[in-house]
Design a binder for this molecule. Structure first.
Ligand code: PGU
Length: 464
């Protein structure tokens, strides 16, 4: 039904809204900016002026007419497509989320015990302080650096609870945008796709450093070093603390030392993303070695942490941002600014996951049980990795060397399949995976390894 309405919106700019054109086609409304698309999506463009009163020919026009359809997320969109499939053989190897051998989600026993403790104690649901739960912030920094680390003892770390790894990275990005205007963040090529979104939305410029070498299916160490060296002095260098996503390839301890050398030489600031502590090697300490190496050099650094994977707390959104400073005084000021950034973003963080982490890490018995469960999860992934390799080697008669799969660590395998091949995996074999060729081995069972091998061999050899 057509409807016509009279609008006073454009009687005169000053009579309705206090607006004015800015050079970039943006209209300032009070102190915020509203982007108005020119042409057909612009509601204002539909306005015809009749002297001081304007007619708007609005034929059931939505105020959101100019909003275009966003593309599906390259990772979480895969889960949506998987859910929509009715095929019996379907396999979700997209998102990095741990499944049991029966391909069911897994809630850790220690998490259930920690939740029971919360009920027994009759914990309330009052707001947390802006910086989060104090008991959580204490244990999370200790877990990362080690309780005896001088940076902890000397209170040089500003720790603020964040909305898991993503939210913690976002807080850090906002801090960089505010206090290091124009500074660039260097990210690995490739990296977890959301890194680019986080820095784009935070208006922090970024560029890539070489990381993966498809020829060796390994680390392009020379390329990495020379790109970090070539970056403007004082850049932030984003590093995956362990279990690099998506490649599953980490620098060796010796290479970490050399990376630290060049970062130090160039006065860069290391910025770690630690989303898999304990999941790479099965040991929390081993997986924190890269971060501790940088801290031991007395460098200032940022570390975002996540408990999505290692405690299976995906939906609880629990993690932290840690900023190691040269003095406790600086750390106090940095923390105050992180709080200031968090307050208008989400006010204060959720309590449930924070209490779980605080209860598990803070209790020696539960902590020991957690380590055993993490080893079990990391062990299951290693078994699946081995079985997949065995099946590929036994079934593929072309002589292709699949041993790179065994060299990769963590939840993922970077198969080297190209976009067309991954599409074959999904369309023909109902194997849901990201288009960069990554598969999450955490979503694979021993029973499904043979089926997956058939799908990979077919896609690899029969699709170019
Ligand atoms: N950093 C890296 C390197 C990650 O791989 C992930 C999760 C995160 C941070 C953030 O995880 P949080 O849940 O916010 O703590 N990556 C997974 C999960 C799906 C996604 O893209 O968020 C993945 O499949 O790559």
């Amino acid at each position: 039904m057509a409807s016509t309405m009279l609008s006073l919106a454009s009687v005169s700019p000053s009579a309705s809204l206090s607006t004015h054109e800015t050079p970039k086609g943006k209209v300032k409304l009070g102190s915020s900016f509203l982007s108005l698309n020119k042409g057909r999506n612009n509601l204002f463009a539909k306005t015809e002026s009749f002297g001081r009163i304007s007619m708007v020919a609005a034929v059931n026009v939505s105020k959101f007419e100019g909003v275009t359809m966003a593309p599906p997320d390259p990772i979480l969109g895969v889960s949506e497509a998987f859910k929509a499939s009715t095929n019996q053989s379907k396999l979700n190897l997209g998102v990095g989320a741990y499944r049991t051998e029966e391909l069911q989600p897994y809630v850790l026993d220690v998490v259930k015990k920690a939740e029971n403790l919360m009920i027994e104690r009759g914990e309330n649901k009052e707001y947390l302080p802006i910086e989060g739960l104090a008991a959580f912030n204490k244990v999370t920094a200790e877990l990362l650096f080690g309780a005896d680390n001088p940076v902890i003892k000397q209170q040089k770390v500003a720790t603020v609870q964040g909305l898991s790894g993503t939210g913690s990275l976002r807080l850090a990005a906002a801090l960089i945008e505010r206090y290091f205007p124009g500074a660039k963040v260097l990210i690995s090529s490739p990296t977890w796709g959301n890194h680019k979104n986080i820095f784009n939305d935070s208006r922090v410029p970024w560029s890539e450093y070489r990381y993966y070498d498809p020829k060796t299916v390994g680390l392009d160490f020379e390329g990495m070093i020379s790109d970090i060296k070539a970056a403007p002095e004082g850049s932030f260098v984003l590093l995956h603390g362990c279990a690099h996503n998506p490649t599953g390839i980490d620098p060796t301890p010796d290479q970490w030392e050399k990376i630290a050398d060049v970062i130090q030489e160039k006065n860069h600031i290391p910025f770690f993303d630690v989303a898999y502590q304990g999941f790479a090697s099965g040991s929390l300490d081993t997986d924190a070695a890269s971060v501790r190496l940088f801290a031991a050099r007395g460098l200032e650094l940022l570390v975002a942490q996540s408990y999505s994977k290692n405690l299976g707390l995906y939906a609880e959104r629990i993690g932290a941002i840690n900023v190691v400073c040269t003095s406790s005084d600086t750390a106090t000021r940095v923390k105050s600014q992180l709080k200031r950034i968090a307050r208008p973003m989400y006010s204060n963080p959720p309590v449930h996951g924070a209490r779980i982490v605080a209860n598990v890490v803070g209790d020696p018995t539960l902590f020991g049980e957690w380590k055993a469960e993490m080893e079990m999860m990391a062990g299951r992934i290693k078994n699946v990795r081995q079985k997949l390799y065995d099946n590929l080697t036994a079934k593929d008669k072309s002589g292709k060397d699949w041993s790179f799969i065994l060299k990769q660590i963590g939840m993922f395998s970077f198969t080297g399949l190209n976009k067309a091949q991954t599409e074959n995996m999904t369309n023909k074999w109902h194997v849901y995976m990201t288009k960069d060729g990554r598969i999450s081995l955490a979503g694979l069972s021993l029973a499904k390894c043979e089926y997956l091998s058939d799908a990979i061999i077919d896609s690899y050899h029969n699709v170019s």
